[in-house]
Design a protein around this ligand. Structure first.
Ligand code: HEM
Length: 205
């Protein structure tokens, strides 16, 4: 029980926190996208109410931004190592039993056959021509298959509620006039941004 709970905390903390760090950095780099999310959040719900996860159905643009953050900055780019328990034939290749296998989720999220704007940060990767939210099959920050992230639905809920509540109450801006934001990833099992400073202005809701 202790090991299982520890694993849930370890797997669930760094990943969600990293995603939110990228989210704030990207919102500072793209203030016009931040402004559009704020407008949608403001129009969708009553100022005094707390945001609820169900509100996502009325926020296609904000949902597209959240998914685009996760597509553009893959938190676990090589997923976690898997292994073959028997010889496997895959796309004409034989992978012998006992081979360590890594999924390159980063390349899936940059695949030019799957995305309208594979190499740029653009919420329209998740919006159709009617500006409705759509999720392409190639979106897989949580990996895929029987061992897909166990906390996926919890993570979706956490990220939506933190992101929208922060944007509802605060405006985030880049405070370093003479330094440009750096979007380079710090490579590791999980990829986080280089530590940055953030300017915060309280909004009158
Ligand atoms: C943005 C947030 C998150 C991302 C991007 C993420 C991503 C991943 C990825 C890529 C894997 C590997 C799946 C595989 O083996 O192919 C994984 C596994 C796992 N994740 Fe997450 N995760 C997130 C949040 C969470 C949360 C909130 C929890 C739980 C509270 C969690 C619990 C786990 C567990 C227990 C596994 C191992 C599942 C298994 O091996 O069967 N994750 N996650």
């Amino acid at each position: 029980m202790v090991f299982v709970l520890t694993e849930l905390f370890l797997a669930g903390s760094d990943t969600t926190a990293n995603t939110l760090e990228w989210a704030l950095l990207l919102m500072m780099v793209y203030p016009e996208i931040q402004a559009r999310c704020y407008e949608e959040i403001r129009l969708t719900q009553n100022g005094t109410e707390k945001l609820r996860y169900e509100d996502r159905h009325r926020m296609p643009y904000t949902m597209a931004v959240i998914y685009e953050i996760q597509r553009f900055k893959v938190i676990v780019p090589l997923s976690v190592p898997h292994g073959t328990v028997k010889d496997v034939s895959f796309h004409g290749y034989i992978i012998p039993k006992g081979t360590r296998v890594y999924f390159d989720l980063y390349s899936v999220h940059r695949d030019e056959s799957q995305w309208k704007f594979p190499h740029e940060f653009n919420p329209h990767n998740f919006l159709n021509d009617n500006e409705e939210f759509v999720k392409p099959d190639a979106f897989m920050p949580f990996s895929a298959g029987p061992r897909v992230c166990m906390g996926e639905s919890l993570a979706h809920m956490e990220i939506f509620l933190f992101f929208t509540t922060l944007l509802k109450h605060y405006e985030f801006f880049w405070p370093e006039k003479h330094i440009k934001p750096d979007l380079t990833e710090r490579f590791g099992i999980t990829q986080s941004p280089i530590p940055y400073r953030v300017g915060i202005r309280h909004r009158d809701v």
